[in-house]
Design a protein around this ligand. Sequence first.
Ligand code: XMP
Length: 522
Amino acid sequence: MGATRALKANSGTNRSDAILILNFGGQYTHLIGRNVRENSVYSEIVPNDTSARRIKRIVSKTNVKGIILSGGPDSVYQKGAPGLDQKVLDLGIPVLGLCYGHQLIAKMANGVVKPAEKKEFGGTKATIDRGVAVLKGLEPRQDVWMSHGDTVYSMPPEYEVLAHTDNTPVAAFRHKDRPIYGLQWHPEVMHTKNGVQMLRNFLFDQCGCKPDWKMEDFAPRALEAIKHRIRGGSAVVALSGGVDSSVATALVAKAIGGEKMAVVYVDTGLMRKGETEQVRETFSALGTDLRIIDAEERFVKALKGVVNPEKKRKIIGRLFIRIFEEQAALIKADYLVQGTIYPDTIESKGGIKTHHNIALPRKLKFRGIVEPLKDLYKDEVRIVGRSLGLPDSIVDRQPFPGPGLAVRIKGEVTKRKLEMVREADWIVTSEIEKAGLAKGLWQYFATLTDTRSVGVRGDSRSYKRIAGVNAYVSRDAMTAEFAELPWDVLRAISTRITNEVPGIGRPLYNITDKPPGTIEWE
Ligand code: XMP
């Protein structure tokens, strides 16, 4: 969302305090925004090169109380590395630099920033040398989440070092007289145990923000925006049955009315067990024009012989959109509505994975694409869904990737493999739900590998596939930890899969966190 548009919206009747986040291209930039919003303070992301003059103009219209410099993938000493207008630090508005932002402030102050002798990625312990300012109220040892190759070795005398780690001498600092702070770690990531406290210290103690913004304020704004955008036109909604597209469907239905839209659900044949039936049941009850398109044959044919994950995603994405276009042509819709959310965008842009709903072909036959949730995270989407009155059965659904089971099968996708992984997935899901563990988990599912393993059945040799059993704890899918499932649940899953799914002989439990893994296997 462009800074100008968003900040204008905030400058009307809504005079909530705001935090500006200067984006240096970090993976977690939107997560900072989300964390700020979660603390009931409005936040907006603007480019890193937003000038001090421009910021002053924004401040004259809105209640900007603080500035956060995000992390980023560059090295501050590299030629062409993203910089900051020096005058931003002279505005008198509190500034907090995180990771790259921390290193950039250090470099601009003539501190020593160099490649780290030992790079830190993941969880580490920080020692708090002075529990003041953003570190107020914290115990001397803190679990923090790092992801950096450069390190601040020293700061000039006008700065005070507030924390260090074994490999980072200046892991946190503050200016002695001015409201300028830096943290080498990422407080916005849930694995920094007291990250929220650190951000709250900044928002409320250092910036003096009032906590009066709430996520429920999102839907009314979004409805206005959708009405304005579609203006009397019609829309076709791409419904997958998942949380995001369901909430997008509900929003558009409320904004333009059911008679102005068609809801299209493409049964790609890559769906989970019972999924299409559930969609039919839930959405026919809403009284919309629901069209269920059986396209399994087309998808399986298009995927024949394809093993490269990115290729699979692209093929599925393109076919998906083509089918939507066919439908839209039948119902003459002007706009395509999609349930894209922020992590889809970041992962596609970062080149990690092409999420199908981002990889749109250039020549769309729609007047435009409406993605009302594109700046939100899944848990925020759930709050919006609840505020629209959607039932828990929809709002609490597990996330499911657009390319469906195709990215849970290693190698070529075939009907036979789809059956195997679907059945194994059903077993994983039912056993976890039966054990009452679903609420605490982000996702739980089965995957199928292309590798076979020898076993023994009765008195005979078997040679069957290895499957993956996965369960993750996460808040937003940007980072995730494998869940420590009880042994008896794992045993029940294993026994059932080996007994009930012909073709799978060896289920393995996946113990890979994200990073370094991703949640889906492809
Ligand atoms: P990864 O596997 O990238 O997934 O760690 C992060 C979250 O996104 C879901 N996911 C997708 N969702 N289209 C989607 O709509 C996709 O192509 C896609 N790939 C992954 C995944 O299930 C997890 O919740």
